[in-house]
Design a protein around this ligand. Sequence first.
Ligand code: SAH
Length: 475
Amino acid sequence: MEFFPIFLNLKRKPVLVVGGGEVAYRKVTALKKAGAQLTVVSPSFHSLFGELSTNDSIRYIENEFHPYYLDHQYLVVSATDDPQVNTAVYQAATQRRIFVTTVDDLKRSSAIFPAVVDRSPIMIAISSAGKAPVLVRKIKQQLETWLPQSLGQLGTLAGEYRVKVKERLHHFSARRWFWEDFFQRFSPFQHHREADVRVYLESELQNPAPKKGHVALVGAGPGDPELLTLKALQVMQSADVIVHDRLVSDAVLAYARKDADYISVGKTAGHHCVPQKEINQILVDLAKEGKVVCRLKGGDPFIFGRGGEEAEILHQQGVAFSIVPGITAASGCSAYAGIPLTHRDHAQHVHIVTGHRKYDSEATDWQALAQSNQTLVIYMGLLHAEVIQQQLITHGRAKETPVAIVENGTRDNQRVISGTLNELSQLIQSNEVGSPGLIIVGEVVALQQSLQWFKQDQEEKQLETINVQGQVRAS
Ligand code: SAH
């Protein structure tokens, strides 16, 4: 971290601005807004300064800079176009341990002005430590369009009612829930009429609704956190408790509320860390305590995620619940591997099945699974790959049908291993494929050769490095 972000209360605090040009004028107007007690020193002043109201009680010193002007100042802004003066200001201020910011001169600054999105009392300050001003401007532009002007008013109202809410609701968690609920209703990203907000706040204070528990079954997607839905993010950031599976990547968990309670109920095939019954009980108990629970599951909660079973229990127990769909492994892995699941020439339907079951059972309709012109996606199939491969071939799927195994799909360590159906289990063994891994069977897999895109840059770079090293070695 090159600069520590901090907001200063400059009300009635002496601040010195050195310079009398346009840049100095802009800094003076900005500092004036913050209520600083300003002294401006310069041998001459731009006519713009004449526009400042006399009520502003700015002290003007028509003179060259001298270190004694620094006496009693909290902060100094050097805004001259003379590097020598800027250097003198910087050195004298640093000696006196006063923070100094020199406009457009990082070397002579111990503090810098950030770009600001001002929705007072909400202030967003952006800085790249002088490295990428255009990037900072882009971010600022985006935030300016994203945040309505009325956001400031919402912040002011929240401030006004904060004490009243504190008097009415004694428990910290009840207050947090009150405000979570409030901002859910009055989103910071939308315009609201002040009168509506007041009516709501007044009626809620008269009659605060008791906090009700709720469980959201949330799909966290296959691993890349940018594949989270906005809704998933919202729930993850407002929940009291996050109950998560092993499949939920750390990168995704990093987006959840930091001060929530976390309960890991991770499962690996065959090793149920927390039995499903116990997970159900945890969810019911937490909700009955009035907690907002985010039950975070890999992929989509309703696709091999036991979301259905959990929702049934919640329903039986009278617990309020909601479902937030996620990108399932079939979608995520196929997209990031460059394998379209359907294609007009190769696959008219997709079969999504689990490989985690007893294959001697007669329940499996191998005939249907072995049909050509379709794509078969097998979840949890690594351990039974040999049976799957044999049965599909026995029931008519061509042994040279292309197959791919996607390990850690959509994550930084994604691997895609491809071959043909008769090599499936051997491919898994020889490449030591680990969990999570998804098997895709079908002609569409062949398209991966030309459609793979994810991590291509990195692979090309690695190849270049190998080539360069090879050339170096050869020469
Ligand atoms: N509800 C999840 C599936 C849970 S079952 C979903 O909709 O995706 C667990 C299986 O999903 C794993 O054994 C694996 O086959 C597959 N899977 C989940 N995430 C994966 C990933 N990132 N890469 C490869 N396979 C994945």
